[in-house]
Each structure stands twice: as C-alpha cells, then as structure tokens.
Design a protein. Structure first.
Lengths: 163, 150
C-alpha cells in the first residue's frame, strides 16, 4: 500500500490505493454522464431529432416516434395520400397497436369507429388532412403498429418505449 | 431532448436566483430557510418533469443536473474568473478589532453574528479581542484572534 505524507504520525485511516481506484471510477462515471446527456439531447432516450421518424407508402404517410417513454404524452400523425371514398376516409389501425396504447384524443374526430377482427377502422368525413392521434404507452417495451387506408397495403412502424 | 433542456434551464435559473439572493451558510439554516427550500423544491418539480412520469425522464434529469454541477466545479478550477463569478470572494468584516460597518451592512451581517462566531471558535469575549473576522465564500464567519498577552 502506498503511503501518503506524514501518515506515520497522523492517526487516519487513509487507503490511497483504494481511493485512487475510486477517483478513476469517478472520472469514468463523469464520461458516462456526458454520454447520457448527449444521448438525451440527440433523442435516443425519448423525444429529439434521432427519435422523429416518418414512413409512407403509395396511399398513406405517418410521422411517429422511434423512442418514447412510458406514461408520457406522445403523438402519431397520419396523412392519407389517396383521395377519400364515397363515405369519407377510412383509416384502419391494427388492434394489436390500439390494445397496447391509451388513445386520449383523435383530431379531427372520426365520425365512427368500426372494430373488426384484425383492425379498427376510423371513418372520417370528407378529406380530414393530417390526423393527429394523442396517446400514451402504458407499458415499456417494443410496440409495433400497422396503419392503412382501408383496402390498401398497410404501413408498419415500431416504437421502443422506455420504462 | 426537452428533459435535458428543462433541467439545464432550471439549474441556471436557480443558480442565478441564489447568487442574487446572496451568501448564506447552509450551516446556519433557519426553520424558515428550510421551509423555503421545500417550497422551491415543490415549485420546481412540475417545471422539471413536465407531464412525463417515466423513470427514464427522472434518470435523465438527475444525470443532467449532477453533470452540470460537476462540469461547473471543473470550470471553477480551470478559470478563476468563473470561480469568483459563481462563489464570490471572502470579505474582511473586522480589521484589528474594528468592525467595518459599510461592508457588514451590504453583506447583512451584524456584530452579534461576529461575536457568535468568535465565541464558538475561540471563546473570545469582546470585539477588541478579534484581529480579523472574514466572511467566507460559504457564508460562514471565520475569526483570527489577537495574540493573547497573558
């Protein structure tokens, strides 16, 4: 054990070997702090540039979050690229997704919701433009969703929910 | 991203507010100071956490604030200017037994505070037994007694 100055006379329980290791660990910890803050700023731990994602196919486009946090407000934006049908726009959302989230609001409001075996169809009057779905994730983990303009090919997306 | 920004803004605001409020030692905290701290904690909570009750948010906010504190302490060591700006400098308030009243008034220290410190640290009885009294950066008063002739 390396001894500090005067430790022969001073009655003190100094352990420089241990403290040197401790100091090294602290410096490393500070670096980890920096990485966590950087990841938080970038959006890897929730909202932020790295989390914002968009997807689209021929008939539908969505903006969603790659990363979200449990019980915090989140949004899903849906835009139909195909013209609405005779009785308005019909947007189908997979039931597995709807069961995994708590939807608090859909704007504009749908005229009605038809729940089927695999998916629920939200029926909007006319051409509603961008539909904003406000929701929360009650459980941590990966949540997969599928949306489509009813009858067209579905668009799949996934969000990782932090605890 | 917003969690980090919120934490940094709150940290900066609190730093500024307490710096403007002036030096006060945590060792001499009164009951009311303690209540004040609790109220500030309550008021800050919503601004810090927003509507986000996840553990990730709490973790990120804590790491950001503690990290900012570590970064500032490193900055203080590196740049003297930052150190003085954030913590001020010591102020001499008694010089050779004479209280410097203009300084004491600005720092809100009175003679009884000085005598309390003098009794506690050295068992001094009178102001003229003090050679220097210094209001330190942490708000404590340190006393240098006159050489006793007995």
């Amino acid at each position: 054990m390396s001894k500090g100055p005067r430790s022969g006379k001073l009655d003190v329980d100094e352990d420089t070997t241990f403290m040197r290791r401790m100091w090294k660990a602290q410096r490393a910890g500070w670096a980890v702090f920096g990485l966590v803050v950087a990841a938080g700023l970038a959006g890897l731990l929730g909202s932020g540039p790295a989390s914002e994602a968009a997807a689209q196919n021929a008939t539908i486009a969505i903006d969603y979050a790659r990363f979200a946090r449990r019980l915090s407000p989140a949004e899903l934006r849906v835009r139909a690229l195909a013209p609405p049908g005779a009785d308005g726009l019909r947007v189908a959302v997979a039931n597995s997704f709807l069961d995994a989230v708590e939807v608090s609001a859909v704007k504009p409001s749908p005229v009605r919701v038809e729940r089927g075996a695999e998916a629920s169809v939200y029926v909007f009057a006319g051409a509603p433009g961008t539909i904003v779905v406000s929701l929360r994730y009650p459980q941590a983990g990966r949540v997969e969703g599928r949306v489509s303009v009813a009858g067209s090919s579905p668009l799949a997306f996934a969000t990782f929910v932090y605890p | 991203m917003d969690a980090v920004v919120r934490a940094l803004v709150i940290y900066a605001v609190l730093l500024l507010v307490f710096r403007i409020a002036g030096q006060r030692s945590i060792a001499k905290i009164t009951t009311f100071d303690f209540v004040l701290l609790l109220v500030i904690g309550e008021a800050t909570q919503n601004a810090l956490l927003g509507e986000d009750y996840s553990m990730t948010n709490a973790f990120l906010v804590i790491v950001t604030i503690v990290g900012a504190d570590v970064a500032l302490s490193l900055a203080k060591r590196k740049w003297k200017r930052v150190d003085v700006l954030l913590d001020g400098t010591p102020v001499i308030i008694v010089d050779d037994g004479k209280p410097l009243r203009d300084r004491m008034a600005i720092e809100r220290v009175d003679e009884s505070d000085i005598m309390t410190a003098a009794r506690e640290a050295h068992g001094l009885m009178r102001m003229d037994e003090i050679r220097y009294a210094v209001l330190e950066r942490n708000g404590a008063i340190s006393i240098v007694p006159r050489q006793r002739t007995s």
